[in-house]
Design a protein around this ligand. Sequence first.
Ligand SMILES: Nc1ncnc2c1ncn2[C@@H]1O[C@H](COP(=O)(O)OP(=O)(O)OP(=O)(O)O)[C@@H](O)[C@H]1O
Ligand SMILES: [Mg+2]
Length: 364
Amino acid sequence: MNVRQLELRYFRNYEKIKCDFYPNCIHVLTGKNAQGKTNLIESIYYLSHLRSFRTQSQSRLIKDDHDFFMIRSVMESHQRKEEVRIVGYEHEKHLYRFNDPVHRYSDFIGNINAVLFCPDDLSLFNQSPKMRRRFLDMELIKLSKKYTWTLNHYQKLLRQRNMILKKEKIDDVLLETLTEQMIEDQVIILNQRVYFLENLMEKTKKFYSYFTSEKEDIGGQYLTFIELENIRENLKNAYVRSFHRDKMYKQTHLGIHKDDIDFHMNGVSLKDIASQGQKRSFLISLKLALCQIIYEKQKEYPILLLDDVFSELDENRSQKLISILPKTMQVFITMTERVNMDWFRNHETKIYQIEKGHLKEVNL
Ligand SMILES: Nc1ncnc2c1ncn2[C@@H]1O[C@H](COP(=O)(O)OP(=O)(O)OP(=O)(O)O)[C@@H](O)[C@H]1O
Ligand SMILES: [Mg+2]
């Protein structure tokens, strides 16, 4: 998948730009601090996820003193071009494909697939389990419509079950029916999450081994409240055991809405032992693994967005990172340092200078 053209209007510090990009090519975005490098990455991420990775507030994306932003792009996927456009206001956004309105976000998300690495991603290891579940969900939602439907359905059932538990007089039959349906949803969700994580970790390990000369043993294990053989049977038993406790405390204690991932290195939780560089290498490997999974499923690479990826990576690892980027993947990399073109010698690379919200291609 490639962004062939990007047009921004009143997005962050961009007043108005229109730029053509190259397919299957590394785009290096250079410039001093606070010039708009991350903002440009953010606009491509927004096309893919319909939200920012830096703010929850859409109004922050609108250039000061304006009341909307526009991101328009010509995307190319499997040799077919598609024009998409997002117009964002303070509290709403309008989506278009070839000028036709797209009413459901789910019809828009997933068509444009971008994978991001940014320094804030390191919080995946330190923050609450919710963040790690969200990471799994976000990726699976993009890959599987069945997962999206089942997760939404499960969340609806969970809300209903909690509402019933809060009532004075509890309808046991209804409670049981809901529990049975929740079990069926969880069989699907657990299977998909566990399979996805195993696949992701297997690939992550391979990428990680390129980065480092020491041979750390890394992994990520899915943590849930049941043993993962005979999932349906174990779920049923767990809910039977928790039935009285749920009724007593008027809430659902068990479920995949409480699960977690334990990322580890040499048998110890990653956040407790890994250096900054090791965490960063782990995460980059994870993102490259994700690109690989998307490639296997969709037969083309997503767009890879690497924001500030080289800080805290030594020269050796930085160089290795570039060397393992697939040649048929479009990549955007931001950096403030002068570009060492030697790192990119085996890839088709274009350099852009960004200054105060203006972008120009440069020849080094
Ligand atoms: N809504 C907005 N309207 C106008 N300017 C904005 C808006 N949001 C952010 N900016 C400006 O964008 C600039 C930051 O851009 P960006 O984060 O892309 O910098 P960068 O080039 O990635 O810098 P660094 O190298 O420090 O990461 C800041 O000057 C900020 O004030
Ligand atoms: Mg930046």
